[in-house]
Structures are given as C-alpha cells and as structure tokens.
Design a protein around this ligand. Structure first.
Ligand code: SF4
Ligand code: SF4
Length: 350
C-alpha cells in the first residue's frame, strides 16, 4: 500500500456479540470503497500473539494508521507500542458519552497533578501518527466514518505540509530531479489474505505500560512475583513475559504510583485505560486513589497477589514483599474522606 493512503484497522470484539458485530460490519462496509483508505479487519488486538498474521500485518503498516477497537484509546496505543508498532499519538475528536465512562465506578479528574517526569516511549518514534478510536464511544457507524474521514484529511494535510517544507529546504534536490522525500517506514504494505488476518486468536491477559506516565520507579518489578516484568538494556521497565501474568488479576496496577499500568479488559474503566471518569457523579483523583495516601488499594493488591500465589501452590507473602516504598512512610491515622470513598467502592464490589 502506498503511504498516501490511510490504513484503517478494525479490531473485532472477542466472542460473537451480535450488536458489536453489526456495528463493526457497518463501519467496514461504509469505509471499504473510500479511495484514500486501506481497510482491514483483525481479531481482538489485545489477543494477537507475536506470530498472528494480524500482528504481522500491523507490523508492516507503512504510514499513518487508525485503529478502531473495543479498547480505550490509551490502552490500544500503548499495547501497539509494546509490540513495536510505534508512532505519535493522533488526537481523535470523538469523546466518550458523558454518562457512560465509568460504569465500574473508578475514575479520575483532568486536574493536573504534580508528577515526576515520565520516561516516554523507548527508541525512535517513526514519523507517522496512530489514531485509536473506541467502539464504545458511539453506536452509530456514521460517527466513526465521519471521524476516519476527518483523520484522513488531517493526515493528507500534514503530508502536504511536510512535502512543502522539504521542498523549500532542498531546492537543489528538486532541481536535480531527485526525490525530496526519504520515508522512515516501508513504502509498500505486504498483502495478507483477509481470512489469514482473521485467524482465531486465543484469549490473553497481561499488563500494558503507558510510558507517557511511567517514571521507571520499578515498583511493579518488585511487586510482581510471577516474572512478568523485566528491564531492557537501558534499565527501563518492560513487560517481559506477558503470558506469565495471572488471568483476571490486576494487582500491580494498584501499586503503580502513576496509574501507568493498564489491564485493557479489566472491569474498572480506570484500570482498563480510561482517561477520565466519575464515581456516582463525583470526580475523584486517581493519583490519590491508587497511589497516594490510600492503603486500601495496596491491601487489595496484596490480597489479589496472595490469591494467585496460593493458586500456584506457593505460600502467600502478604505485605512482606515488594511493597511500594511510598507506602512505608504512610502514617497510621484516622480515615479521611477519601479512605471512606474507597471503602464505599469496596462495599459496592468494584
Ligand atoms: S510501577 Fe508504574 S511508574 Fe513504576 S515502573 Fe512500574 S509502570 Fe512505571
Ligand atoms: S497482575 Fe499480578 S501476575 Fe500480572 S503482572 Fe501484575 S502482579 Fe504480576
């Protein structure tokens, strides 16, 4: 595929939910014959292993890309990044419905919080944008079609502006009739049969790190006792052994001080990668809920980890191993309003 066409990848919902399939199909049908788009369908993005054809296809996408999935955009973007499918995060103009975002009861405010600097994505980021759209944001296929067309126009304008800039900076090259562009990604996309892209993928469960938040404190590495985390040659945290994570367990997301650990399919919107949300109409600050003064989140994490240790035939360790450093200085004291809010959430079974 030429880089002048925008790649659109639709990631199917796991299972065969008829309403979800109908929305997916109507979006694909509407986009398929658009001349500036290259549309493909893959199984649930989160489930694609390294050898799945869908993943190989994504690896080879040559330029800007729109990924439409049933995942929060932040989760989809960083799971692609983990798989080496990198780019700059494109900004979508689609927003979640106002009252939908936090049905599981955890959320956060947009209020900026003082945080240490994040380490950012590893390596060189190719000169392209990846836009992630969440299929839960609308049940109308027209909304997605309009947004994809808007993105296509935006990408086209950006390419044109870059070409003009290069031409202005390289008049000699233009005069000599040489190419003024030097793409940093492949110019052609390998072709894969649609049925190969859609080969079934088994369900998976693993954490995804949002490096725009992660400060490399390594608390998750200390906390996880199942060998999921590791560090790269630059001592940066990474999810090294994805499939060693315990299915359904989100424990380490609760101990991350930056809420940088996402479990894209967890029931709570905040842990699944939502940006904002509310609890019963009350906006709360997740940096406090998960990482600051709240011991309850840590207790939940310890209990979840102990349960998995016992399931593995190992001894529970309680709070004696890998407890985040920030918690050791927490003074014992009466519960404040936030503690009570967390208690209320727990009582709701969230
Ligand atoms: S605990 Fe969070 S911030 Fe610290 S290294 Fe792990 S992912 Fe990054
Ligand atoms: S959820 Fe549990 S097993 Fe999975 S990475 Fe976190 S601590 Fe390790």
């Amino acid at each position: 595929m030429s880089r002048s066409r925008l790649t659109v990848v639709l990631s199917q919902a796991p299972g065969k939910h008829p309403a979800k399939r109908a929305l997916e199909e109507s979006i694909v049908a509407a986009l398929l014959f658009e001349p500036d788009l290259e549309v493909s369908v893959v199984p649930n993005l989160y489930d694609l292993g390294p050898d799945h054809t869908g993943r190989l296809f994504l690896d080879g996408v040559a330029g800007d890309m729109v990924v439409i999935s049933w995942l929060y955009p932040r989760a989809a973007f960083w799971l692609l990044d983990r798989d080496g499918i990198k780019g700059h995060m494109g900004e979508s103009q689609m927003k979640p419905p106002a009252d939908e975002d936090d049905d599981a009861g955890e959320g956060e405010t947009d209020t900026p919080v003082d945080k240490p600097e994040a380490i950012g994505a590893a390596g060189t980021i190719p000169d392209r944008h990846i836009y992630c759209l969440d299929l839960r944001d609308s049940n109308k296929h027209e909304t997605f079609v309009a947004e994809v067309k808007r993105i296509a126009a935006e990408c086209k304008d950006r390419r044109a502006a870059k070409a003009r800039e290069k031409a202005a900076n390289s008049p000699a090259i233009i005069q000599l009739g040489l190419s003024a562009t030097k793409p940093d990604l492949p110019t052609e996309q390998k072709a894969f049969a649609p049925e190969a892209l859609l080969a079934p993928a088994g369900r998976r469960w693993y954490p995804v790190i949002d490096y725009s938040r992660c400060t490399n404190c390594l608390e998750c590495l200390d906390f996880c006792l199942f060998g999921v985390y590791g560090v790269d040659s630059l001592e940066r945290i990474l999810v090294e052994n994805q499939d060693q994570c315990k299915k359904g367990c989100p424990a380490c997301s609760r101990v991350c001080p930056q809420q940088a650990i996402i479990f894209p399919e967890y029931k709570s919107a905040a842990i699944a990668g939502a940006d904002t949300g509310a609890v019963g109409g009350l906006k709360i600050d997740l940096s406090r809920l998960f990482g600051g003064d709240v011991g309850d989140a840590l207790s939940a994490a310890v209990a979840e980890r102990d349960r998995e240790l016992v399931n593995d035939g190992r001894a529970a360790v309680g709070a004696t191993v890998g407890i985040p450093k920030r918690q050791t200085s927490k003074p014992a004291g009466p519960k404040d309003d936030l503690d009570k809010l967390v208690d209320d959430l727990d009582n709701l079974g969230l």
